[in-house]
Design a protein around this ligand. Structure first.
Ligand code: F6R
Length: 308
Protein backbone atom coordinates (compact mmCIF):
# COMPACT_ATOMS: atom_id res chain seq x y z
CA UNK A 1 0.00 0.00 0.00
CA UNK A 2 1.19 3.49 -0.74
CA UNK A 3 2.30 4.85 2.62
CA UNK A 4 1.42 8.38 1.61
CA UNK A 5 -2.16 7.53 0.74
CA UNK A 6 -4.55 9.18 3.19
CA UNK A 7 -7.69 7.45 4.38
CA UNK A 8 -10.65 9.69 3.70
CA UNK A 9 -13.38 7.58 5.21
CA UNK A 10 -13.72 7.74 8.95
CA UNK A 11 -16.18 7.51 11.78
CA UNK A 12 -17.01 10.87 13.22
CA UNK A 13 -17.04 10.53 16.98
CA UNK A 14 -19.77 12.45 18.71
CA UNK A 15 -19.65 13.25 22.39
CA UNK A 16 -21.68 10.92 24.51
CA UNK A 17 -20.46 7.93 22.55
CA UNK A 18 -23.02 8.02 19.75
CA UNK A 19 -21.74 7.37 16.26
CA UNK A 20 -24.57 9.01 14.43
CA UNK A 21 -22.47 9.86 11.44
CA UNK A 22 -20.90 6.57 10.40
CA UNK A 23 -18.90 6.18 7.23
CA UNK A 24 -19.36 9.67 5.92
CA UNK A 25 -16.64 10.94 3.67
CA UNK A 26 -15.10 13.77 5.66
CA UNK A 27 -15.65 17.15 4.17
CA UNK A 28 -12.96 19.80 4.29
CA UNK A 29 -13.49 21.88 7.37
CA UNK A 30 -11.64 24.22 9.59
CA UNK A 31 -9.64 23.26 12.61
CA UNK A 32 -11.47 23.43 15.95
CA UNK A 33 -9.67 25.64 18.47
CA UNK A 34 -10.96 25.40 22.03
CA UNK A 35 -9.70 27.78 24.67
CA UNK A 36 -10.32 26.90 28.31
CA UNK A 37 -9.74 29.38 31.13
CA UNK A 38 -7.12 27.29 32.97
CA UNK A 39 -4.57 24.60 32.21
CA UNK A 40 -6.44 22.18 34.49
CA UNK A 41 -9.64 22.64 32.48
CA UNK A 42 -7.77 22.25 29.18
CA UNK A 43 -6.15 19.04 30.43
CA UNK A 44 -9.48 17.68 31.66
CA UNK A 45 -11.20 18.47 28.36
CA UNK A 46 -8.40 16.75 26.45
CA UNK A 47 -8.76 13.66 28.64
CA UNK A 48 -12.53 13.68 28.07
CA UNK A 49 -12.14 13.88 24.29
CA UNK A 50 -9.82 10.87 24.43
CA UNK A 51 -12.10 8.90 26.78
CA UNK A 52 -15.19 9.61 24.67
CA UNK A 53 -13.38 8.52 21.52
CA UNK A 54 -12.32 5.23 23.14
CA UNK A 55 -15.84 4.64 24.47
CA UNK A 56 -17.24 5.12 20.97
CA UNK A 57 -14.77 2.66 19.42
CA UNK A 58 -13.16 0.27 21.95
CA UNK A 59 -10.51 -1.11 19.54
CA UNK A 60 -9.14 2.41 19.35
CA UNK A 61 -5.71 3.09 17.90
CA UNK A 62 -4.48 5.93 20.04
CA UNK A 63 -1.37 7.96 19.27
CA UNK A 64 0.21 9.29 22.46
CA UNK A 65 2.68 12.00 23.41
CA UNK A 66 4.96 12.62 26.38
CA UNK A 67 6.16 15.87 27.98
CA UNK A 68 5.06 18.02 30.90
CA UNK A 69 1.87 19.11 29.12
CA UNK A 70 0.54 15.54 29.11
CA UNK A 71 1.18 14.57 32.72
CA UNK A 72 -2.17 15.82 34.03
CA UNK A 73 -4.05 14.53 30.98
CA UNK A 74 -2.82 11.06 31.88
CA UNK A 75 -3.63 11.64 35.56
CA UNK A 76 -7.21 12.46 34.52
CA UNK A 77 -7.42 9.37 32.31
CA UNK A 78 -6.17 7.22 35.19
CA UNK A 79 -8.93 8.66 37.42
CA UNK A 80 -11.56 8.03 34.73
CA UNK A 81 -10.33 4.47 34.22
CA UNK A 82 -10.44 3.74 37.95
CA UNK A 83 -13.97 5.19 38.11
CA UNK A 84 -15.05 2.87 35.27
CA UNK A 85 -15.58 5.75 32.86
CA UNK A 86 -13.12 4.58 30.22
CA UNK A 87 -11.87 1.11 29.35
CA UNK A 88 -8.38 0.73 27.86
CA UNK A 89 -8.51 -3.07 27.58
CA UNK A 90 -8.75 -3.10 23.78
CA UNK A 91 -6.83 0.10 23.04
CA UNK A 92 -3.69 -0.11 20.93
CA UNK A 93 -1.30 2.78 21.47
CA UNK A 94 1.56 4.26 19.48
CA UNK A 95 3.81 6.88 21.01
CA UNK A 96 5.29 9.67 18.97
CA UNK A 97 8.92 9.45 19.90
CA UNK A 98 11.80 8.15 21.99
CA UNK A 99 15.32 9.40 22.69
CA UNK A 100 18.20 7.68 20.92
CA UNK A 101 21.38 7.17 22.94
CA UNK A 102 20.04 6.48 26.43
CA UNK A 103 21.76 3.70 28.38
CA UNK A 104 20.27 0.42 29.58
CA UNK A 105 16.73 -0.54 28.67
CA UNK A 106 13.67 1.52 27.76
CA UNK A 107 11.73 0.03 30.71
CA UNK A 108 14.37 0.82 33.31
CA UNK A 109 15.92 4.09 32.14
CA UNK A 110 13.99 6.84 33.94
CA UNK A 111 14.66 9.34 31.15
CA UNK A 112 13.07 7.19 28.46
CA UNK A 113 9.66 7.94 27.06
CA UNK A 114 8.69 4.29 27.60
CA UNK A 115 9.39 4.84 31.31
CA UNK A 116 7.34 8.08 31.22
CA UNK A 117 4.36 6.29 29.68
CA UNK A 118 4.49 3.38 32.11
CA UNK A 119 4.89 5.77 35.05
CA UNK A 120 2.12 8.22 34.11
CA UNK A 121 -0.41 5.99 32.35
CA UNK A 122 0.18 2.37 31.41
CA UNK A 123 0.97 1.10 34.95
CA UNK A 124 -2.31 2.54 36.27
CA UNK A 125 -4.93 1.68 33.64
CA UNK A 126 -6.25 -1.61 32.26
CA UNK A 127 -4.31 -1.41 29.00
CA UNK A 128 -2.53 -4.55 27.81
CA UNK A 129 1.12 -3.45 27.73
CA UNK A 130 1.70 -5.74 24.74
CA UNK A 131 -0.56 -3.36 22.83
CA UNK A 132 1.51 -0.30 23.70
CA UNK A 133 4.18 0.81 21.26
CA UNK A 134 7.02 3.31 21.62
CA UNK A 135 9.61 3.79 18.85
CA UNK A 136 12.68 1.68 19.59
CA UNK A 137 15.29 4.35 20.20
CA UNK A 138 17.21 1.71 22.17
CA UNK A 139 17.94 -0.39 19.05
CA UNK A 140 21.65 -0.82 18.20
CA UNK A 141 22.98 1.96 16.00
CA UNK A 142 23.01 -0.15 12.84
CA UNK A 143 19.42 -1.30 13.42
CA UNK A 144 17.82 2.10 14.04
CA UNK A 145 16.71 2.60 10.46
CA UNK A 146 15.08 -0.82 10.33
CA UNK A 147 13.41 -0.17 13.72
CA UNK A 148 11.93 3.08 12.39
CA UNK A 149 10.61 1.33 9.27
CA UNK A 150 9.19 -1.49 11.43
CA UNK A 151 7.33 1.09 13.55
CA UNK A 152 5.63 2.48 10.45
CA UNK A 153 4.65 -1.05 9.46
CA UNK A 154 3.19 -1.77 12.89
CA UNK A 155 0.96 1.30 12.62
CA UNK A 156 -0.10 0.32 9.14
CA UNK A 157 -0.82 -3.28 10.18
CA UNK A 158 -2.98 -1.96 13.02
CA UNK A 159 -5.05 -0.08 10.43
CA UNK A 160 -3.59 3.37 11.15
CA UNK A 161 -3.86 5.70 14.09
CA UNK A 162 -7.41 6.88 14.89
CA UNK A 163 -6.37 9.90 16.89
CA UNK A 164 -2.91 11.32 17.53
CA UNK A 165 -2.38 13.33 20.69
CA UNK A 166 0.22 16.07 20.22
CA UNK A 167 2.04 18.66 22.27
CA UNK A 168 4.04 21.49 20.76
CA UNK A 169 7.65 22.30 21.52
CA UNK A 170 9.12 25.78 21.75
CA UNK A 171 10.76 25.08 18.38
CA UNK A 172 7.31 24.44 16.91
CA UNK A 173 7.95 20.72 16.74
CA UNK A 174 5.25 18.06 16.90
CA UNK A 175 6.81 14.78 17.95
CA UNK A 176 10.48 15.64 17.56
CA UNK A 177 10.02 17.06 14.08
CA UNK A 178 12.33 20.02 14.36
CA UNK A 179 12.30 22.96 11.91
CA UNK A 180 12.87 21.93 8.29
CA UNK A 181 11.29 18.50 8.75
CA UNK A 182 9.56 17.57 5.53
CA UNK A 183 5.78 17.42 5.75
CA UNK A 184 6.03 13.99 4.12
CA UNK A 185 8.59 12.68 6.65
CA UNK A 186 8.05 9.28 8.23
CA UNK A 187 9.42 7.68 11.41
CA UNK A 188 13.17 8.21 11.50
CA UNK A 189 16.10 9.31 13.64
CA UNK A 190 16.56 13.08 13.93
CA UNK A 191 19.01 15.43 15.61
CA UNK A 192 17.44 17.79 18.12
CA UNK A 193 17.85 21.57 18.10
CA UNK A 194 19.36 23.92 20.66
CA UNK A 195 15.85 25.18 21.50
CA UNK A 196 14.72 21.64 22.32
CA UNK A 197 17.90 21.03 24.33
CA UNK A 198 17.07 24.15 26.38
CA UNK A 199 13.46 23.00 26.77
CA UNK A 200 14.10 19.40 27.83
CA UNK A 201 17.59 19.21 29.38
CA UNK A 202 16.42 20.61 32.76
CA UNK A 203 14.40 17.38 33.10
CA UNK A 204 17.64 15.37 33.22
CA UNK A 205 19.64 14.95 36.43
CA UNK A 206 22.64 16.23 34.54
CA UNK A 207 21.40 18.40 31.62
CA UNK A 208 24.42 17.38 29.54
CA UNK A 209 23.14 13.79 29.66
CA UNK A 210 20.17 14.64 27.43
CA UNK A 211 20.62 12.77 24.14
CA UNK A 212 20.75 15.00 21.09
CA UNK A 213 19.02 12.44 18.87
CA UNK A 214 15.57 10.87 18.90
CA UNK A 215 13.42 8.51 16.87
CA UNK A 216 10.17 10.24 15.98
CA UNK A 217 7.10 9.71 13.85
CA UNK A 218 7.39 12.06 10.89
CA UNK A 219 5.11 14.98 10.13
CA UNK A 220 3.65 12.82 7.34
CA UNK A 221 3.07 10.01 9.84
CA UNK A 222 1.19 12.39 12.16
CA UNK A 223 -0.89 13.76 9.27
CA UNK A 224 -1.98 10.20 8.45
CA UNK A 225 -3.84 9.92 11.77
CA UNK A 226 -7.57 10.17 11.21
CA UNK A 227 -7.83 12.85 13.87
CA UNK A 228 -5.30 15.15 15.54
CA UNK A 229 -5.64 16.48 19.08
CA UNK A 230 -3.07 19.08 20.12
CA UNK A 231 -2.86 20.42 23.64
CA UNK A 232 -0.76 23.44 24.63
CA UNK A 233 -0.76 25.23 27.96
CA UNK A 234 1.02 28.11 29.69
CA UNK A 235 2.48 31.44 28.56
CA UNK A 236 5.75 29.99 27.27
CA UNK A 237 3.80 28.44 24.37
CA UNK A 238 1.80 31.55 23.42
CA UNK A 239 4.08 32.80 20.61
CA UNK A 240 4.64 29.42 18.99
CA UNK A 241 0.93 28.53 19.24
CA UNK A 242 -0.02 31.75 17.44
CA UNK A 243 2.57 31.10 14.73
CA UNK A 244 1.45 27.48 14.35
CA UNK A 245 -2.29 28.17 14.13
CA UNK A 246 -2.54 31.56 12.47
CA UNK A 247 0.78 31.88 10.66
CA UNK A 248 1.72 30.66 7.19
CA UNK A 249 2.24 26.93 6.67
CA UNK A 250 5.96 26.29 6.76
CA UNK A 251 8.31 23.42 7.47
CA UNK A 252 10.17 25.83 9.78
CA UNK A 253 7.27 25.22 12.21
CA UNK A 254 6.17 21.58 11.98
CA UNK A 255 2.97 22.27 13.91
CA UNK A 256 1.68 24.44 11.03
CA UNK A 257 1.06 21.10 9.28
CA UNK A 258 -2.08 20.82 11.40
CA UNK A 259 -3.60 23.43 9.10
CA UNK A 260 -3.45 20.82 6.32
CA UNK A 261 -5.40 18.20 8.29
CA UNK A 262 -9.18 18.07 7.97
CA UNK A 263 -9.96 16.77 11.45
CA UNK A 264 -7.76 18.61 13.91
CA UNK A 265 -8.73 19.85 17.36
CA UNK A 266 -6.52 22.20 19.35
CA UNK A 267 -7.13 22.65 23.08
CA UNK A 268 -5.45 25.60 24.81
CA UNK A 269 -5.54 27.35 28.12
CA UNK A 270 -6.01 31.13 28.15
CA UNK A 271 -2.28 31.73 28.57
CA UNK A 272 -1.23 29.61 25.60
CA UNK A 273 -4.01 31.27 23.54
CA UNK A 274 -3.09 34.79 24.61
CA UNK A 275 -1.34 35.74 21.36
CA UNK A 276 -4.07 34.47 19.01
CA UNK A 277 -5.77 37.14 16.90
CA UNK A 278 -9.11 35.45 16.36
CA UNK A 279 -9.86 34.10 19.84
CA UNK A 280 -13.41 35.48 19.79
CA UNK A 281 -14.19 33.62 16.55
CA UNK A 282 -12.90 30.35 17.98
CA UNK A 283 -14.91 30.81 21.18
CA UNK A 284 -18.07 31.59 19.19
CA UNK A 285 -17.60 28.52 17.02
CA UNK A 286 -16.97 26.26 20.01
CA UNK A 287 -20.07 27.61 21.74
CA UNK A 288 -22.32 27.04 18.72
CA UNK A 289 -20.99 23.91 17.01
CA UNK A 290 -23.41 21.06 17.88
CA UNK A 291 -20.48 18.64 17.91
CA UNK A 292 -19.20 20.34 21.04
CA UNK A 293 -22.58 20.74 22.77
CA UNK A 294 -21.82 18.10 25.40
CA UNK A 295 -18.56 19.83 26.29
CA UNK A 296 -19.96 23.25 27.13
CA UNK A 297 -19.05 24.43 30.61
CA UNK A 298 -22.57 25.67 31.49
CA UNK A 299 -26.10 24.77 30.44
CA UNK A 300 -27.37 26.45 27.31
CA UNK A 301 -29.59 29.44 28.02
CA UNK A 302 -30.45 30.16 24.41
CA UNK A 303 -29.85 28.40 21.12
CA UNK A 304 -27.29 31.06 20.17
CA UNK A 305 -24.58 31.09 22.76
CA UNK A 306 -22.44 34.13 22.97
CA UNK A 307 -18.73 33.56 23.08
CA UNK A 308 -17.28 34.71 26.39
C1 F6R B 1 6.74 14.42 23.26
C2 F6R B 1 6.70 15.23 22.06
C3 F6R B 1 7.02 16.69 22.08
C4 F6R B 1 6.37 17.45 23.23
C5 F6R B 1 6.80 18.91 23.21
C6 F6R B 1 6.23 19.70 24.37
O1 F6R B 1 6.39 13.09 22.97
O2 F6R B 1 6.44 14.70 21.06
O3 F6R B 1 6.61 17.24 20.85
O4 F6R B 1 4.98 17.36 23.12
O5 F6R B 1 8.18 19.01 23.25
O6 F6R B 1 6.81 19.26 25.56
P1 F6R B 1 6.28 19.80 26.95
O7 F6R B 1 4.92 19.28 27.13
O8 F6R B 1 7.25 19.21 27.98
O9 F6R B 1 6.33 21.28 26.90
Amino acid sequence: MDKNARTVVSITVFPGGKNTNKNLVRSQKSMDIIVMPTAAEAEFLTARIIADAINAKPFYKLGLATGRTMENVYAELVKMNKAGKVDFSRVISFNLDEYVGLKGTAEKNKDSYRYFMNYHLFNHVNIDKRNTHVPNGFAPEDELEAAAAAYEEEMEDAGGVDMQLLGIGRSGHIGFNEPMSSFSSRTRVVTLTKTTFEQNSPLFKKPEDMPMRAMTMGVGTCLDAKRLLLLATHKEKANIVAAALEGPVTSMISATALQLHDNAVVVLDADAASKLKYKDEYAFQFANDPKWAAYQPVARKSSRRKAK
